[in-house]
Design a protein around this ligand. Structure first.
Ligand code: SIN
Length: 498
């Protein structure tokens, strides 16, 4: 991970926070919550509130959907090129405001500034990618096999969508949903995570500046998530729910969506295996392992969760990887040289600490770290666990923190069995210099994504998503826009008859 060298002053933080909208965005602009409620946004590096944001009530949720439903027909009728140009302007604006967006993310979520800047580039790229996809939405016209009727297939926007986005990538997880929805002609209600609403609010204002018409996007941060979103999910005007978050919550949302057979996209939890074979290039494997584990401080659903290492390379890999993990500088993300910030909140840190304690009880050895850092904020040391038994509980759970459990295996067959021994199937990583082995693994490991000698696979031009309990649907790539389009078939009588 890289680090920044210019210090951020308290004055700069105050000045930026003073410019972020803190209301709810409806069809007619920004408003307070109907009942006047607000909630604090906390800097996880200090535990102190940095802003107060309007806390949407169920009535505010209904008002947001009213606006999205009212705007839908007009928005769907806009020219694809017009929607594309709004997205392109949004890409330019987000890129131009990288410093603001990066600092906001660091302040509300904790990741080091260099990583936040990386997320701005990643998040902006969804805007550019889908600006290029909007004019390419197409259909087909064919003659029926019997030569009589004609078959016309159209793509239509799904309609008003509800987006529930997570705190770990406050910008990119929003743009990954909003950009294809804009491209397809859908209107949206966005409920950003209550832990990190500021980035979404700032971004929503940039979209307005880019020319997004009123009502196409409404934004309703809330601490009353269930009370606000449940009535929207039951409302027949809503046509689509897209959620990124835990499998536990996703499962409940799918059940709620069943009532009106709502289209859903679910980007849920992972339990990524990271496989290192004896024939792997050690330096590449270690660099890939650091990326796969420590990107976003381990707070990513694609983070490597289980290191499965073949016996012949295990000692050398463990030693080199542990040294790289030792090199992280744990500090507030605004501090020059910080390469790992705090975890997002105390419950997240407690869960990580409990998983490590459980692994030690199950027989694991702490090779590095294994402790919360004293002082303000929710910091936790980069941690390496070795001698982890293959049936240890930590291997069944999504860690969502900077902890790397290492398990040793002997054969490729055993590695595949271990990799697939989970109800999750988001991503797997494998390091080997045998291409045939790599391709065998890519076919046999049950995940939606696979990294071959690569520690990061996320890319706006690729279909991101999982199988098994890791989710439904794909975000990004050519596939990403399909989530926001319905197929409509028009049967036409033979134009030459009668
Ligand atoms: C996630 O952790 O939810 C997404 C990470 C990514 O897009 O790489």
């Amino acid at each position: 991970m890289t680090s920044e060298t210019t210090p951020v002053t308290a004055e700069r933080e105050r000045e930026l926070l003073g410019r972020v909208p803190t209301g709810l965005l409806f069809g007619d602009g920004w408003s307070a919550a109907e009942d006047g409620a607000t909630f604090p946004v906390v800097d996880p590096a200090t535990g102190q509130a940095i802003a107060h944001v309007a806390d949407a009530s169920p009535a505010d949720g209904a008002r947001a959907l009213d606006a999205a439903a009212a705007a839908q027909e007009g928005w769907a009728a806009t020219a694809p090129r017009e929607r594309a140009e709004i997205l392109r302007r949004a890409f330019e604006l987000v890129t131009a405001r990288t410093d603001d967006l990066a600092l906001l993310m660091t302040l509300e979520m904790g990741k080091p500034l260099a990583e936040s800047r990386g997320e701005v580039a990643y998040g902006a790229e969804f805007l550019r990618w889908f600006s290029e996809e909007a004019p390419r939405i197409s259909g087909r016209y064919a003659t029926a096999p019997d030569g009589a009727n004609r078959l016309m297939v159209l793509k239509r926007p799904v309609g008003p969508c509800l987006f529930i986005t997570p705190w770990n990538f406050p910008l990119a997880m929003a743009t990954r949903k909003i950009a294809p929805a804009i491209a397809a002609g859908c209107t949206m209600v966005l409920k950003p995570a209550a832990l990190t609403p500021l980035t979404a609010l700032y971004f929503a204002e940039l979209l307005r500046e880019a020319g997004l018409p009123d009502g196409v996007l409404t934004v309703i941060p809330t601490t009353r998530a269930g009370a606000v979103t449940a009535p929207l999910i039951r409302d027949p005007r809503l046509r689509k729910l897209s959620f990124t978050g835990s499998t536990e919550v996703g499962r409940r949302l799918i059940a709620d969506s069943a009532e009106q057979v709502l289209r859903v996209s679910m980007e849920l939890g992972g339990n990524a295996p990271f496989l290192v074979f004896d024939d792997a290039d050690l330096d590449r494997a270690v660099a890939g392992a650091v990326l796969a584990k420590m990107r976003n401080g381990g707070e990513a659903c694609v983070a490597a969760n289980r290191f499965l290492v073949q016996r012949g390379i295990a000692e050398r890999f463990t030693q080199a990887f542990t040294e790289r993990m030792r090199g992280f500088r744990v500090a507030r993300g605004t501090e020059p040289g910080s390469t790992m910030g705090p975890l997002v909140d105390e419950p997240t840190r407690t869960k990580v600490a409990e998983l490590v304690a459980g692994a030690v009880e199950d027989g694991a050895r702490v090779a590095l770290g294994g402790r919360a850092v004293d002082g303000p904020g929710y910091f936790y040391e980069p941690t390496v666990l070795t001698d982890v038994p293959a049936d240890a509980r930590i291997l069944d759970e999504e860690i969502f923190g900077p902890v790397a459990p290492i398990v040793v295996f002997d054969t490729e067959e055993e590695a595949v069995t271990l990799a697939n021994a989970t109800p999750f199937g988001l991503v797997a990583f494998a390091f080997t210099s045998d291409l045939n082995r790599g391709l065998r693994l890519a076919e046999r490991i049950e995940t939606g994504m696979f990294g071959l000698n690569a520690g990061v696979v996320s890319n706006p031009a690729a279909p991101f998503g999982g199988v098994k309990q890791s989710g439904l649907g794909r975000e990004g790539g050519f596939e990403g826009i399909d989530e926001y389009l319905e197929t409509r078939y028009v049967g036409i009588a033979d134009p030459f008859a009668g």
